[in-house]
Design a protein around this ligand. Structure first.
Ligand code: MLC
Ligand code: AMP
Length: 493
């Protein structure tokens, strides 16, 4: 199986740019080969060893994500914003033995986690620079990538993609969205999720295009480059487009015009990972004359539905199944819905679908019905284009493109000795899509601030509720279950 043909074919073309530094495909190939030889250390395959890494967007990150797979391992890119507790969960679920990270990512808390789990920490430079090993060819079904995702139960699960499913995702999007070797794209999305990893980094590098790396989303720096016509393609979550519009409004007219022209001159602006509100679609078009290509995807599936690259892109709709994707819609009782206007849960079969949740056969089995992956997303079909209405579960929250589990946040907050009961919900929000809100019953007096500070030690900042209500009792039904739909009204006003 040819893994990353561009490494040998794109030669002196620039693969990656990080500030003032750039890396050609030849140099990337050498870096990948060093990772392969260093990890293998004389063996011929890592045999699906899960090699985790905690690198920000960097040349090392790119060499690792390609190199671990080339060496027969499973790449486990971890969030650089994760708490030590979250990292402990990821490392133990994936039974990781080696964690690669730069010195600045090391901490006492992480040292303790790694010691407890028997995980060796090393930097890319620490890998031995032995002779290039004889590497076994990759099999289509071997694992390539584990990405953690939240679900409706328990802590995040490790979604295993194979060499075949990752290759299929990349090849399908390159074809569908017209990637060219001349493309230049900025990458500011987190690199522990499919959007940043596959749709941007791997697609661009596979095609021999150029990726500008950003440590984080930076509207000013990005718009400066956009104004200089640096980019041909732009991909982001809706929240980022909202933030860009807010930033544009701070500029004087001439500067703003230059930036919007820069967007207008691109060949493609993609929105995804969360619903793009129609007013946002229209505002972006009015500013930049770009009609977003909105698409729908999921960690377990890669991209499933997409508006056309050429053809009508309808606001509020996510288009049609990508080639190789089969979709049906199911009723609550699992029956096939044929009436396009009747809402149904999307069930998907695709060559881009994941293999399993690592070490969790029970959840893997539950995720499918007769071989169809159950997405939990409800949709209708309007004149041939799918429209996502929402999710079947109230316990999944999408905030700024991150999928968050209300139950996981509740379980964490309940660890506080002064918290007796808690219910977490998502509230609609113009900028973030949804924001996290918590209603809490306290056992002992506790301030919101101290609860927030305490939470920071245990969870990533983006999971921490933005709105809090402290109450004597949560609304419950006759069975004692919290009636979450009633809770939203508590936060109004
Ligand atoms: C950051 N914060 C968030 C947040 N992101 N809070 C809620 N939701 C979020 N998404 C909080 C931080 O914890 C911090 O809080 C404060 O906001 C400022 O942090 P920041 O890092 O400066 O924010 P910013 O850079 O503006 O980040 C916003 C963002 C980021 C939109 C750039 O959220 C982001 O990159 N989102 C993309 C996620 C993504 O790639 N999803 C794809 C999943 S794959 P405090 O309190 O610490 O100050 C998928 C499949 C598919 O869904 O279809 O693509
Ligand atoms: P994740 O598990 O982080 O990959 O998130 C996948 C979820 O994001 C999907 O199940 C949808 O709920 C949501 N999603 C992704 N793209 C879109 C979109 N274009 N419109 C609405 N929801 C989306």
């Amino acid at each position: 199986m040819a893994w990353f043909p561009s490494l040998n074919q794109s030669g002196e073309a620039v693969a990656l740019v990080d500030g003032e530094r750039s890396l050609t495909y030849n140099e990337l190939n050498n870096a990948v080969m060093r990772v392969v030889a260093g990890l293998l250390n004389g063996e011929d395959s890592l045999k699906e060893e899960r090699v985790a890494f905690l690198y920000p967007a960097s040349f090392d990150y790119a060499a690792l994500i390609i190199g671990v797979v080339a060496a027969g391992g499973i790449a486990v890119p971890l969030s650089v914003h994760a708490s030590a507790g979250e990292l402990s969960h990821y490392l133990s679920v994936a039974a990781v033995r080696r964690l690669l990270l730069p010195g600045e990512m090391r901490s006492e808390a992480l040292d303790a986690v790694c010691e407890a789990l028997g995980v060796a920490q090393l930097a890319v430079e620490d890998l031995s620079v032995g002779e290039a090993s004889h590497v076994l060819p990759l099999a289509a079904e071997q694992g390539a990538l584990i990405v953690f995702t939240s679900g409706t139960t328990g802590k995040p699960k490790g979604v295993v993609h194979t060499v075949a499913s990752v290759s299929a995702m990349v090849i399908s999007l390159i074809e569908a969205w017209g990637w060219e070797a001349t493309d230049v794209i900025p990458l500011f999305l987190p690199l522990h999720h499919i959007h940043g990893i596959v749709n941007i980094l791997l697609c661009a590098l596979w095609r021999g295009a150029t990726v500008d790396l950003y440590a984080r989303f930076d509207a000013e720096g990005l718009c400066h480059k956009v104004a200089n016509d640096r980019y041909s393609v732009f991909m982001a979550v809706p929240t980022i487009y909202v933030k860009l519009i807010t930033y544009l409004k701070t500029l004087d007219e001439a500067k703003c015009d230059r930036v919007t022209e820069g967007f207008a001159n691109m060949r493609l602006n993609v929105s995804g990972s969360a619903a793009c509100p129609v007013p946002l679609f229209n505002e972006w078009e009015a500013l930049t004359s770009q009609r977003f290509l909105e698409r729908y995807g999921m960690t377990e599936l890669g991209m499933a539905l997409s508006n056309p690259y050429e053809g009508e892109r309808r606001p509020g709709h996510v288009g049609q199944p990508l080639p190789g994707v089969l979709i049906k819609r199911l009723s609550e009782s699992g029956e096939n819905i044929t009436d396009p206007a009747t809402p149904g849960e999307l069930a998907v079969k695709s060559c881009t679908a994941f293999r399993e949740y690592w070490g969790n056969p029970e959840s893997t089995a539950k995720a499918f019905a007769d071989g169809w992956f159950l997405t939990g997303d409800i949709a209708v079909i309007d004149e041939g284009a799918y429209r996502i209405l929402g999710r079947a579960s109230i316990d999944i929250i999408k905030s700024g493109g991150y999928k968050l589990s209300a139950l996981e946040i509740e379980a964490t907050l309940l660890e506080h000795p002064d918290v007796d009961e808690v219910a977490v919900i998502g509230l609609p929000d113009d900028e973030w899509g949804e924001i996290v809100a918590a209603a809490v019953v306290l056992a002992n007096p506790l301030s919101e601030d101290s609860l927030v500070q305490w939470s920071r030690e245990l969870m990533s900042g983006y999971k921490i509720p933005r709105k809090w209500i402290f109450t004597d009792a949560l609304p419950r039904n006759a069975l004692g279950k919290v009636t979450k739909p009633l809770l939203s009204a508590w936060f109004e006003g």
